[in-house]
Design a protein around this ligand. Structure first.
Ligand SMILES: Cc1ncc(COP(=O)(O)O)c(C=O)c1O
Length: 448
């Protein structure tokens, strides 16, 4: 499994560019600043010309190992040969019809997606982005239950459109000056035991047991007014937080008890990233609605919700819609992605590599005590940096800078921006993974 391209030269880091770009990196940076909204901030000033496998190649000739995957999107590596071939074939066949007709690629993509989803989730609505999938889930949950209230978690990230950003509670800047937001949304604590809880490691976590929800139901929000609880099975932008084992099963129980729909946002944690196809599988929990995006198209914009047929059936024809969602080329990519994940046993590989990376990273903690927590599942791994009992964003940024100088692109996350997230391609070769870890180790040393 070390050669996901099946013997073809792919993603070696040595690929050249076929034609030189029109402008220099410097000119491109200047034009970018002039033309692109300042809201669209970037993690680095790299200007990428081509990418292949685990590697990014800049317009000025640098090759950088990509441990960010376009924010957990290119799970199969850049331009995976099988996905690229499927996209080429579809481009030559049919691009777009929207709701004017049906087309085979959408039906194939839906069948493939249902085939990998938890049993019982059998009906799909395709969108273009994660936020749109979350919007769809919110509208469907209200429509299906006839209730109005929605519960989400502090530290959550669900996107930037009005409904999704109302659920998002990872950074106040996502809301600054943009309210009012969607009514009927309530936040409770997510069980981030490393930072929030004061129980001993072997004691049960009250938050995971649903203490905050009980209090909310008792004091302000009657449970029979709640349409949905929306949760990231592993919190992403909020800091790569893996909840205690009790948390998701308990949420399922609470939802069943009160007729509330459980919505799992698997946008970042899904598509093999955590060592299972979807993170909810770690806890054997089946949501009523699941949101997917990011890795579904491996870089082409496709997202969706998968729901129990009885829930999806609450929508009548035309009550929800989209022009581009389920675009034929994006659907062809999704089919190829899902086939590749299954055929190459990618989630299993992510689990194995993840164990290796976590063991190695835990070894670094003795040399760098400020590397206070190493956590994750599969290749969704967070390294939390602390200065005593305070989050250390400065050192986190120093590690990122030192890594980039050495040729490794790393992203951060966390409400305090003090967590390095390791999200390399799930197809990364043993050699490239080793190289990335060596660069990361050197970057930690440089930030000492
Ligand atoms: C868990 C989660 N939900 C939703 C979103 C929003 O997805 P998009 O940026 O495609 O709208 C993201 C994006 O990072 C995410 O991580």
């Amino acid at each position: 499994m070390n050669d996901p391209a099946g013997g073809r030269a792919w993603g070696t880091g040595e690929a050249g560019r076929s034609a030189s770009p029109r402008w220099s990196a410097q000119t491109l940076l200047e034009k970018d600043r002039e033309l692109i909204s300042p809201a669209y901030s970037r993690y680095s000033d790299l200007v990428i010309d081509t990418a292949e496998g685990s590697w990014l190649h800049t317009v000025d000739g640098r090759s950088v190992l990509d441990f960010g995957c376009g924010i957990a999107v290119t799970n199969l590596g850049h331009r995976h040969p099988r996905v690229t071939a499927a996209v080429h074939e579809q481009v030559d066949r049919l691009w777009h019809v929207s709701v004017t007709t049906r087309h085979p690629a959408m039906i194939e993509a839906a069948e493939a997606l249902v085939g990998i989803s938890p049993a019982g989730l059998s009906s799909v609505f395709f969108n273009n982005s994660g936020a749109e999938a979350v919007e769809a889930a919110l509208k469907l949950a209200r429509r299906a239950t006839g209730r109005t209230e929605i519960i989400a978690f502090r530290g959550a990230f669900h996107g930037r459109t009005y409904g999704a950003v109302t659920l998002t509670a990872s950074k106040a800047k996502y809301r600054t000056g943009m309210g009012p937001f969607l009514p009927g949304v309530h936040h409770v604590r997510y069980p981030h035991c490393f930072r929030l809880c004061d129980h001993a490691p072997d004691e049960p976590c009250a938050i995971a047991e649903g203490e905050d929800l009980d209090r909310l139901f008792q004091t302000t929000v009657p449970p029979d007014s709640v349409a949905a609880i929306v949760v990231e099975p592993i919190q992403g932008e909020g800091g790569y937080v893996v909840p205690p084992d009790r948390f998701l099963p308990r949420l399922r129980e609470i939802c069943d008890e009160h007729g509330i729909l459980l919505v799992a946002d698997e946008i970042q944690s899904g598509m093999g990233r955590t060592g299972r196809m979807f993170a909810v599988e770690h806890w054997g929990v089946t949501p009523d609605i699941m949101c997917v995006a990011k890795g579904l198209g491996n870089g082409l914009p496709i997202a969706g919700i998968v729901a129990r047929a009885g829930v999806m059936g609450a929508w009548h024809p035309g009550e929800h819609g989209t022009t581009f969602g389920g675009n034929a080329v994006a659907c062809a990519a999704a089919v190829a992605v899902i086939e590749t994940l299954q055929r190459e046993r990618i989630p299993e590989r992510a689990a194995e590599l993840g164990r290796r990376v976590m063991e190695r990273a835990r070894g670094w903690q003795t040399r760098h005590p400020w590397l206070a927590d190493v956590r994750g599942r599969g290749l969704m791994i967070g390294l939390e940096m602390m200065d005593g009992d305070r989050p250390d964003a400065r050192r986190t940024h120093r590690v990122q800078e030192a890594a980039l100088e050495r040729g490794l692109l790393l992203l951060n996350c966390g409400i305090d921006e003090n967590v390095i997230r390791l999200i390399p391609p799930l197809t990364i070769s043993d050699g490239d993974l080793e190289r990335g870890l060596e660069l990361l180790e050197a970057a930690l040393e440089a930030a000492e």
